[in-house]
Design a protein. Structure first.
Lengths: 327, 326, 353
């Protein structure tokens, strides 16, 4: 396994109390594999990724338990200096908002080249040449001329390409993309996702794609982990989950996508509100919104149970969910 | 010393909040904007406004408590100086000139034989009056002009911006020496007027920027779409959301106005005797500083503590109202 | 809700140019951002007109002009036949009662210093003739109930609610004056997936309950299709194709619409290998410098000499004029042809449900 997260727990101290952002998350990514982490805001999907990268602020954040194995080493036991060496060269991150993730006062060529100067000890001139190569690689037209331009001179789609170029510069084994196309328009989104998938195949990287968009997941992911209230509620190969979800939350998400044959009817909607991380419901955290909830769901927290050897569901009634196709 | 009217109540209620670490809005934002149901109802089940949030922050801030204590004390003695100082600050006896501490005069006597303790206590009134009134004048003038310019924009905005540029170019002390030296009045009003004249551009610039930021919020658009009048939008929607930076800047400026009053009085263009002011006393005491240092130390100490208290209060208010500035 | 043929809102040649100026005191115009550059449409009573397009296409500016938040540079907006474009004062205030807006971001569209009761009740303070003073609190509570919020929340502040609940508060405010038209600008795009469906259902229910006509602006094509009777596709300040929802989605004839539809990710992993996708090259041109002729030609794979010279009109293209069928709808392309880019209904049936 390239990356293995085991029972990770993260909390944040806020003025209103302790927010339990991640409550025992485990997932694994192999080289060349795309894992989609699907969840809504507050599900802990981004916080988990930030913990893997080691980039969230502590305090107020705090990792209270778990391990993160990357290429066999537990990242949480490494010194900050060693982790810094892994960031960039071993794993890299692509952010949602490229404009704020790029430094506005440095030209894109300098920012791309800096990676080679810092990590590879290249001369400025060689680094600049590599920067142009990378920009061509992510298909930025007239790269040799544009290498001196500043981030604000590029369009949103081009900036996201530059972010991808930066992430891939040192050919990391793992790339984490946090909502990489959410801020982009549909037509540009398709360009960027295609590029990312192509580069991933070429370099055989592991890719963690963090998103809330079920369409994007279906297009590119191999496996999918669905998060709710800081936990993984379902994990499965992507085809299985779309065919027959084994958790009522996943099923609710899939059912609330507008479909052609439902036009003019009411959309299926998950009732209620996303959970308050300061006050997560006891038992199964989804029970107040779940159409299948029984008494046991209010008291006993379901573990991630094995549905088959490749998929798991954290629902007491996953069998019923899997077979009951109409509700 | 009389009890402060509201402080203890706040301090007691504050302990009921639990000892969680405070977290600024910016840090909380990293938490993927935690959605939640109706929450944050206070312990009494009452919904909190953002102002009461700020108040909750303030009363747990030791810097605020300390500075508020000093300021409440200053306000009280400037209202009723006779409560703690007997006699008149103008009752001087040359025979006692430069004497040290004695009965009824714990701080000793100055070069004119006046009671330093009495004069220091009475001097607070000038400082507090000038500071508070100048700040009010500056805040009101500056925020009204700035808000109108920011809200309506256009030609008036351009004109106002150029005028503030001109005022920023005037050196304060030189301006004070020139303008105030022609005034013969012996009240605080010329000094206050001068401070408002030179101070409003700073506040108007802050208010203008703040109004422009708030103006872009959708709730202002929503009010406009409902057909709300300009005055309604300004007063109901923009002012309450734009006022925080103005309050912060004004509170911090209050301390500097007090220092400026003392400076102008020291230079002889601010308040003039027989008015009582720390600046006048410092000026009068400086020639005798070798023989009677106490006559200089007490009024300058009082001035320093007062200015510091207001600046600390400003800092605390800023922290409470705008955690992002921290 | 069945749509009628009685027009409630007619938009004719709507233009909004923002001048670009230079200089400090004496401003000189050096160009213009052509945000909206000639838009025509009609909204019929009781129907929902969806407007889709990518960021910068001018759809939000159209919404603002409909609600009198921006003054059009040119063009006419008619409400029930009356030109309301240049109204002011009392006449404008009266018209405003009838056209209300629902905003995109529930976090900035509610005044954080006001309680829910004040926010939803403010329309009555501005238009006191609608509800007598003593009756307002009851009306506000009724509105909260209508949008699915607990009427007891009347004295809470916006920050005590989640995004979806805030959007409901915004909708309640929009309904207070009993408007006939609601302009919704991306009303669900800031919300979580599981909450989006709730708000869409609410809007749907309110439409029949209060006899509303909607202009529904969004970039999410599947949501627009679900709620709209007719759809207009905008590109760079103009509507390039418009028709009934099935005409646009199943029989698009404009290449931009085809590319847009084909780019939407389909939540079905089985479809990923045999889906035809049109990946457009390049970016949307700047609205300060709109291409001559057809504004889409710089990204169009079909562009020819004629597209540079001649602006295509928004009308039924010549090739389809003779036939009657779903392909015969307005499309601003010289070389319009039908192309199915979204899997047909039958193939699409393997979703859950």
């Amino acid at each position: 396994m390239l990356l293995e997260v085991r029972e990770l727990q993260v909390e944040f101290r806020t003025r209103d109390g302790v927010a339990h952002a991640v409550n025992g998350v485990s997932y694994a990514v192999d080289a060349g594999e795309t894992l989609a982490v699907l969840g809504e805001s507050g599900s802990g999907k981004s916080v988990t990724a930030q913990a893997v990268m080691g980039i969230f602020d502590m305090p107020p954040g705090r990792i209270t338990g778990g391990q993160i194995f990357f290429q066999g080493r537990d990242l949480l036991k490494l010194r900050e200096e060693e982790r810094r060496r892994i960031r960039g060269a071993g794993m890299a991150m692509i952010f949602q908002d490229a404009l704020s993730a790029l430094n506005p006062v440095l030209s894109v060529g300098d920012q791309l080249g800096e990676m080679f100067v810092v990590h590879r000890g290249m001369s400025k001139k060689d680094a600049r040449a590599r920067a142009v190569e990378l920009m061509e690689r992510v298909r930025i037209p007239a790269a040799a001329q544009r290498v001196r331009d500043y981030p604000h001179q590029f369009s949103g789609g081009m900036r996201q390409r530059i972010m991808i170029a930066m992430a891939l510069a040192l050919e990391p084994a793992l790339v984490i993309a946090d909502e990489p196309t959410t801020a982009l328009d549909v037509t540009v989104q398709a360009q960027v996702m295609d590029l990312l998938a192509e580069l991933q195949r070429e370099y055989r990287m592991g890719l963690i794609l963090i998103t809330h968009d079920l369409g994007v997941v279906a297009d590119v992911a191999d496996r999918i982990a669905v998060m709710y209230a800081g936990k993984i509620v379902e994990s499965a190969p992507v085809r299985d989950i779309y065919k027959a979800p084994a958790h009522p939350y996943t099923r609710g998400l899939l059912d609330s996508i507008p479909r052609l044959d439902q036009k003019g009817q009411e959309l299926y909607a998950i009732k209620g509100l996303p959970p308050n991380l300061l006050d997560i419901p006891p038992g199964c955290s989804f029970h107040p919104r779940c159409p299948m909830a029984q008494d046991v769901c209010r008291t006993d927290e379901p573990a991630l149970q094995e549905v088959s050897d490749v998929r798991g569901s954290a629902c007491h009634f996953w069998r019923e969910c899997l077979h009951d196709r109409d509700h | 010393m009389p009890e402060q009217p509201h402080e203890p109540e706040g301090a007691i209620a504050g302990t009921g909040m639990g000892a969680t670490m405070d977290l600024g809005a910016s840090e909380a934002a990293t938490l993927e904007r935690t959605p939640a149901g109706p929450r944050g109802t206070g312990p009494a089940g009452k919904p909190r406004s953002l102002w009461s949030d700020a108040w909750r922050d303030l009363r747990r801030n030791p810097v605020f408590l300390l500075s508020a204590l000093v300021i409440v004390f200053l306000v009280l003695i400037s209202l009723w100086p006779s409560a703690i100082a007997s006699g008149s600050p103008l009752q001087c006896d040359l025979a006692r000139a430069q004497d040290g501490a004695g009965p009824g005069a714990p701080f000793g006597y100055d070069g004119q034989g006046c009671n330093v303790y009495t004069r220091t206590v009475y001097g607070a009134r000038a400082s507090v009056t000038v500071g508070v009134l100048a700040t009010l004048g500056v805040a009101v003038t500056g925020s009204v002009l700035g808000a109108l310019a920011g809200y309506f924009g256009g030609v008036w905005d351009s004109v106002l911006s150029r005028i503030t540029d001109i005022f920023f170019a005037i050196p304060v002390l030189l301006g004070g020496l020139v303008l105030l030296s022609v005034v013969t009045s012996n009240t605080v009003w010329p000094v206050i007027g001068f401070m408002v004249l030179l101070g409003w551009p700073q506040v108007s610039r802050i208010a203008r920027g703040s109004v422009i930021t708030v103006k872009q919020n959708d709730y202002v658009q929503a009010a406009r779409a409902l057909g709300a009048s300009d005055s309604r939008i300004l007063l109901r929607h923009i002012a309450p959301n734009a006022v925080a930076p103005v309050i912060v800047v004004s509170t911090i400026a209050l301390g500097t106005y007090i220092a400026l009053e003392a400076t102008l009085s020291y230079l002889g263009v601010g308040l003039k005797p027989p008015s009582v002011s720390w600046g006048i006393d410092i000026s009068a005491a400086s020639p005798y500083v070798r023989n009677a240092p106490h006559a200089l130390l007490w009024p300058s100490g009082a001035l320093a503590v007062t200015v510091l208290a207001f600046i600390m209060l400003g800092d605390a208010v800023r922290d409470a109202l705008d955690p992002k500035l921290r | 809700m069945t749509a009628t043929t009685e027009p409630i809102l007619e938009v004719d040649g709507l233009v909004k140019h923002y001048p670009l100026t230079q200089g400090i005191l004496f401003k000189k115009q050096i160009g213009a951002v052509k945000a909206v550059d000639g838009v025509d449409f009609t909204l019929y009573k009781g129907e929902t007109l969806g407007i889709v397009g990518e960021s910068g296409c001018g759809k939000s500016t159209v919404a603002k002009m409909l609600c009198h938040l921006e003054r059009p540079t040119a063009g006419v907006i008619r409400f029930k036949g009356e030109d309301i474009t240049r109204l002011s004062g009392r006449a404008l205030k009266a018209v405003r009662r009838n056209i209300q807006m629902v905003f995109q971001d529930p976090y900035t569209s509610l005044n954080p210093r006001m309680t829910v009761g004040d926010i939803v009740g403010e329309p009555y303070e501005i238009h006191p003739e609608v509800a007598p003073k003593g009756d307002r609190r009851r009306r506000v509570q009724e509105l909260l109930d209508v949008v699915g919020l607990n009427p007891e929340y009347i004295s809470r502040y916006p920050h005590q609610f989640s995004g979806g609940q805030r959007q409901r508060i915004g909708i309640a405010r929009g309904l207070a004056l009993r408007p006939e038209v609601i302009v919704a600008d991306e009303p669900v795009s800031a919300l979580d997936v599981s909450v989006q469906a709730q708000v869409i259902n609410l809007l749907d229910r309110l439409q029949s309950e209060f006899d509303l006509s909607y202009v529904f602006i969004a970039h999410d094509l599947s949501i627009v299709r679900h709620i709209s009777d007719r759809v207009g596709v905008m590109y760079l300040g103009r509507i390039v194709e418009t028709g009934r929802d099935a005409e646009i989605y199943d029989h698009p004839t404009h290449p931009y619409t085809q590319a847009l539809l084909s780019a939407v990710p389909v939540p079905d992993p089985e479809a990923r290998d045999h889906r035809e996708r049109i990946i457009l090259t390049g970016d949307v041109p700047s609205p300060t410098d709109i291409p001559s002729g057809c504004r889409f030609r710089t990204r169009c794979w079909k562009a020819q000499e004629r597209c540079v010279r001649e602006v295509p009109a928004l009308a039924v293209p010549d090739v389809f004029r003779a036939v009657s069928g779903p392909a015969a709808h307005d499309s601003a392309c010289h070389f319009a042809e039908e192309r199915q880019v979204v899997p047909a209904e039958g193939e699409h049936g393997n979703g859950p449900g």
